[in-house]
Design a protein around this ligand. Sequence first.
Ligand code: ADP
Length: 260
Amino acid sequence: AEDQLRQAQKMEAVGQLTGGIAHDFNNLLGGILGSLELLQLRIAQGRTEQAERYCKMAIGSGQRAAALIHRLLAFARRQPLDPHPVDVARLLEDMADLLRRTLGPAHRLEIAAAADLWITRCDPNGLENTLLNLVINARDAMPGGGTLRLEAGNVAAGALGKADIDPGDYVWLSVSDSGIGMSREILERVLEPFFTTKAPGQGTGLGLPMVYGFAKQSQGHLRLASEPGHGTRVTLYLPRFIGEPEEQATSRIEAARHDG
Ligand code: ADP
């Protein structure tokens, strides 16, 4: 019975997946076909300037469709995670430039990591992708500018206040924005693959499902809190690394070197 349930859940997820893609892809295809029809018309009329415009629109929609499929494929064949000891404070430092470039000039970036931050154990590349996803969402939620705050600290499992949580220590890492926030209805759906409120081609609806998958695969947890009109806070809990003293904590760059 449990197998059947799991199978049913899997089918439901596949249904959501294909339905979502079909919808987005169809929108983009509609844009391409519409532009091409107008292009044909303008060529027949000899209006080359307008024809060029529709050419550009068709190419733009085509590129967005390609990007959608590209991300879909990346999602389908996600790399298995390769956990390492990770110093989150250093990873944040290493990523600060990239994150600042991801944000606009009207956004303020604040980073605050606890001085005695524990070492965590997770895939450093996965954590980078996760952070980037969250920062892009935060940026998109603050079209008129605002503050993005990255914070990290330690928490004992008992203090998480959840009975279903593995005992042990966690490092938490939160991404907070002062953006538009989410209604309860949206918040309840954001972990569904392909759920997005963004314009076609702008969002894939895969960001938060991937973030959630990363948290689960890392034996961690994810918490979302949001208030419409005020902002959103996403907190990732990653297990504390307790290992051999000679095993060094790595930032992404060193982890990549270890891998050869
Ligand atoms: P995408 O960003 O491609 O839409 P996500 O899964 O990352 O996909 O997010 C799903 C939806 O959740 C977004 O379309 C948006 O409505 C909402 N969302 C995510 N992050 C935030 C945020 N920081 N502030 C407000 N809404 C958000």
